[in-house]
Design a protein around this ligand. Structure first.
Ligand code: B1M
Length: 209
């Protein structure tokens, strides 16, 4: 069965069409991992490309992400039953003292759309929480939206080092006030200015690109 309609519906952010097309594919017996890879992931790659080229803006990206979540909700139990392995595990959180989570959530959805398993730690996440999760994941993503909470990125990386768990994970940072220079200064492995490029950066960090 052709998944073109599903891809188009995700790219257009059409939640009801995505829901219908996903169900149609499931009912037609299409392999759930094929629906994920050739339907959702390909569609989100296209959304990311359009966003980076300035053809799509935040509202279109949020709509596509929402549509993709609808489909993932239907596919998740089927994928779990098939034991489809995620590309890698990424723990995401907004740092201590910071309540902004919209950008972090978008990064999570784009990563999930790219086949990663997300451990969403939420917002205002204590360093101890990142230290606790570090041995269980491949990548830790830190988000900060204010200049006053940005230093918590540095102290979180320090805490990972002090606990002896820093070497086992890659750390990527992002958020409106964060820059590549800041990421370099605090010893992060990567930085991304937006959710779409975060996917590519994470793939590079774990050696997939
Ligand atoms: Co706040 N806020 N806010 N706020 N808020 C900003 C960030 C601010 C710039 C507004 C302003 O003054 N112009 C300002 C920060 C100024 C500064 O530090 N320089 C600010 C402030 C000051 C505050 C409070 C202190 C206000 C107050 O109470 N006096 C307070 C702080 C609370 C706290 O955190 N302790 C506060 C509170 C809030 C709300 C709760 C009301 C709400 C947050 C709701 C929520 O997130 N659930 C809020 C909002 C919505 C904003 C603005 C308007 C929008 C932020 C947003 O969601 N953008 C923001 C002003 C603005 O940006 N225009 C503002 C959309 C989102 C998709 O973009 O988060 O940048 P963004 O994420 C992008 C990239 O940055 C990147 O990818 C995303 C998608 O492309 N990215 C990553 C983000 N994380 C990444 C992680 C990665 C990689 C990329 O790897 C892991």
């Amino acid at each position: 069965m052709e998944l073109e309609h599903l891809r188009d519906a995700v790219i257009e952010g059409n939640v009801s069409a995505v829901s219908e097309e996903t169900q149609r594919a499931i009912d037609a017996g299409v392999d759930p991992s094929k629906i994920l890879n050739n339907g959702l992931i390909e569609a989100m790659e296209e959304v990311g490309r359009r966003y980076e080229e300035g053809e799509y803006f935040l509202p279109e990206m949020l709509a596509a992400a929402q549509a993709m979540k609808t489909s993932l909700a239907k596919l998740r139990p089927l994928l779990a039953a098939q034991d489809v392995k995620p590309v890698a595990r990424v723990a995401l959180g907004t740092v201590e003292g910071d309540l902004h989570d919209i950008g972090k959530n978008l990064v999570g959805i784009m990563l999930e759309g790219a086949g990663f398993e997300i451990v969403d730690l939420g917002a205002d996440v204590a360093r101890a929480e990142f230290v606790r999760i570090a041995p269980e994941v491949d990548v830790i993503g830190l988000s900060a939206l204010t200049t006053t909470t940005m230093p918590a990125m540095a102290t979180t990386i320090q805490a990972l080092e002090e606990a002896g768990v820093r070497d086992g994970v890659k750390v990527i940072v992002g958020g409106a006030p964060v820059t590549q220079k800041y990421a370099d200064d605090i010893g992060a492995d990567g930085y991304s200015p937006d959710a779409s490029r975060a996917v590519r950066k994470v793939r590079t960090l774990i050696g997939l690109e």
